[in-house]
Structure formats: C-alpha cells, structure tokens
Design a protein around this ligand. Structure first.
Ligand code: NAG
Ligand code: NAG
Ligand code: NAG
Ligand code: NAG
Length: 376
C-alpha cells in the first residue's frame, strides 16, 4: 500500500514554483558551468556534456559535474561513478588556492584511452567558473589516466599558458615546490604511470574556442539564473534506452517526504530533459517499456534497488504526478503518474497525451493495480 499524498504539497510549493518556473528558460544546455571545489568530499570537474565526448573537442561545451550535489554549483551533473580513481586535495591557505589531482578511468564516461586530453580554464569553456574563485585550470589526460585541477583567488596561481606540458608540469611540480602548502597527500607521481614528459604532451588549445563560443555565451549566460535548484523538473520518456524518473533531490531522501521537491533523473543526458540528473547506477534493476500508439501513452515498469540511492527499504513510497511535485512534467505529454515503492522494490511510470490514461486518483493501490505491467 502506497501512502496517498496527492494534493498536500501543491499550495506550499506555489511560491517556489513561481520563482523557479521563471528561472527555467526554454533553450538551454543540460548542465551548467558553475562549479565548486570545497573539499575532498565536495568537488566538481568539467567534462564533455555527453558521455564519450573528446576532451579537446569539447573545450567550448564542457559543463560542471560534481561528486555530490553542491549548492554553489547549481545545475551541475553528477560525476560518473568510477571516473575518479584517486583524489588528493591540497589547500594553500596563504595564497588562496585549492587543488585536486589524481587518477581517472576514462572508460567510466566512455572517453577514449587514446584521448590526449587538454586544458579547461576560465577562458574556455567560456562561462566556466568556480564559485568563490577568480580563476581555475583543469587538465584532463585520459591517455595518461590522470587529471588535475586548481582553483585560485589570484589568477597568477592558476597558470593557463602551458597546457602542453600536462598536469605534472603545470600543477604537480609547482605544488611540490611550495612547502607552505597544506599538503594532505600528493602522490601523483607514484599513483600514475607517467610517460615521458614528451609523451604526455597535451594538445594546446587555449584560445581557439573563445571567439567561436562568444555568441553561445551571450545567450547561455542570460539563461543561467542565480538561484535555482540543482536539477530540473522536466523529464522525458522516449524509449527503453532514454528515460527519466523523478526522485528525491538528495540521496537517501524519503519518497513521500519529497513529493514537492522531487526532480528528474535520466539514464543518459536527454535534450528534452534539460537540467536532469543521472539516475544512480544500480537503481533500475529491470525495465519494461510499453507503448500504446493508439492512446499515445508510454510506460516503464520494473524492479529497483533502493539502496543504490540510499533509499530505505522500509520506505513505503508514493506517487508523483503532474500535480506534485508542482512543475514536474514530461516533455511532449500532458500528464504522468509515477509510483515508486522502495519497500516492494518496484517502480512504474506512465506518461500520457490524454490525462484520462494516467490515473492519479488511486495511488494507494500501488503500481500493479494502477498501471499493471511487468515487474520481473
Ligand atoms: C597575485 O599574486 C602576485 C604574485 O605573487 C602578486 O604580485 C599580486 O599582487 C597578487 N594579486 C592580488 C590581487 O592579490
Ligand atoms: C606563463 O606565464 C608566466 C607568468 O605570466 C610566465 O612566467 C611563464 O614564462 C609563461 N610560460 C609559458 C610557457 O609561456
Ligand atoms: C481522452 O480520452 C477520453 C476517454 O477515452 C475521451 O473521452 C476524451 O475525448 C479524450 N480527450 C482528448 C483530448 O483526446
Ligand atoms: C478514479 O477516477 C476514475 C475516473 O475519473 C474513476 O472511474 C474511478 O472510480 C476513480 N477511482 C478512485 C479510487 O477514486
């Protein structure tokens, strides 16, 4: 039995909806370009917006991804699981910079291990920045399996004019040289199979995209409001390979308690679900896609593993629909009904052109009674 909680949050959420609905422009990139680097537990890096993207080719398109949702990095995606293999955080209190360095597994984001990588900094991608800092330099070297990032109050501490030399030369050596750094752990040399300096030469591409990206920057910079939730509430359900569901914004959230805050998460980035997060790996255990072309609805049903998102297996779950969370919608459809039942380990979602096909008045009955479908 699913708790019934259809209307309760609508009024409470109205003021929020008014402000956030204005904060959601129609045309926009999936993720934002405001990142944060706070500690070894809260960090963001820039990556190509799409899985498998080449580092250098995306120097004008890279967007922020964080290990956890961070308020000062609104709109950032979540770093793909397994990408960061090691992380060494260093903070220089005197000069006001922080850095992270370490190993990465490019395959975790479909990046080629032949990709020589490149540098992202405050000049490209245009618009990229770290909250509270004036400069940053990030070098990503998929072919060497390493990355490095420093964010600085004083631009002179974030050298951006020698990207060809790679992480070790730009950030690593400098860090080792500076004995006043509060060095937590800096084992880049030991942790990696660094090739010769010549071999790790990173393609130089510092200025090339700045002009090309200017027009884009003008439109996207206006499209990035200051106050905003991390993830959006526009979802999509296209196929068994492209789908989104609504989940509590924070890991471990209770389904019902978040009926007025749930946000969209998709299995892959989907253009018509801008601002959605990525569904935590392992959450969806099975998925059965059904399309009714006559009535024009589509649905997915299946099993889920609540622990993959820290959900309690005692959580009786609940229903999300177009009335709550207020603002939630599926692109191209007029209605949806999603019932999530962590305690039963199942979920179901139907999105409809005709509202009468998405029954929202019997959430107490649970997935099988409301939508039917396959839960194997
Ligand atoms: C930045 O650092 C340089 C070199 O140490 C120094 O000359 C300059 O005054 C600093 N700028 C600011 C704004 O602190
Ligand atoms: C980079 O800039 C710094 C400071 O402006 C300068 O000292 C250094 O020689 C430059 N390095 C290269 C490779 O251009
Ligand atoms: C929705 O479906 C109902 C029931 O079949 C039908 O009466 C109604 O006309 C449909 N509405 C639209 C807008 O198609
Ligand atoms: C839900 O609404 C439908 C159509 O309006 C109605 O036929 C059905 O009896 C309602 N069910 C409940 C449990 O209220």
């Amino acid at each position: 039995m699913v708790r019934s909680f259809i209307y309760t949050a609508a009024l409470a959420a109205t003021a929020l909806f008014i402000s956030t609905s204005q904060a959601v422009p129609v045309h926009r990139r999936g993720y934002g370009q405001t990142a944060a680097l706070i500690s070894e537990d809260q960090f963001c890096i820039f990556l190509p917006p799409e899985r498998g993207g080449n580092i250098a080719d995306n120097e004008d398109r890279a967007v922020a991804f964080c290990n956890v949702p961070i308020e000062s990095a609104p709109n950032a995606g979540t770093i793909p699981r397994g990408l960061i293999k090691s992380l060494h955080f260093v903070k220089n209190n005197n000069e006001g910079w922080v850095q992270i360095t370490g190993r990465l597994d490019p395959s975790a984001y479909g990046i080629s291990s032949d990709d020589q990588g490149g540098q992202y900094d405050m000049r490209a991608p245009v618009g990229a920045r770290y909250s509270g800092y004036n400069a940053f330099v990030q070098i990503t070297e998929p072919d060497s399996g390493i990355y490095c990032l420093r964010v600085c109050k004083n631009k002179s501490d974030c050298p951006v004019n020698k990207s060809e030399y790679g992480c070790e030369a730009v950030i690593g050596l400098r860090s080792n040289d500076q004995q006043d750094s509060t060095t937590v752990s800096f084992t880049l040399h030991k942790a990696t199979n660094l090739k010769s300096l010549k071999a790790i030469m990173v393609k130089s591409f510092i200025y090339t995209a700045a002009l090309a990206a200017t027009a884009l920057f003008i439109s996207t910079s206006q499209a990035v409001p200051v106050h905003r939730r991390d993830y959006g509430q526009t979802a999509a359900l296209i196929s068994a390979d492209q789908y989104c569901i609504f989940l509590p914004p924070d890991r471990g959230g209770n389904i019902a308690d978040n009926e007025d805050r749930a946000v969209a998460f998709c299995n892959v980035p989907i253009e018509s679900a801008p601002k959605a997060g990525i569904i935590p790996k392992g959450l969806i255990q099975s998925l059965h896609f059904v399309e009714n072309t006559e009535r024009e609805w589509v649905q997915i049903t299946g099993r889920l593993d609540p622990s993959a998102y820290g959900l309690s297996s005692d959580d009786e779950g609940g229903q999300y629909d177009m009335r709550a969370p207020v603002g939630a919608k599926y692109s191209g459809y007029n209605a949806f009904v999603q019932i999530t039942e962590p305690d039963s380990g199942i979920y179901c979602l139907r999105v409809c052109k005709n509202k009468s096909d998405c029954p929202v008045n019997k959430s107490e009955d649970g997935c099988e009674a409301v939508l039917g479908g396959d839960y194997s």
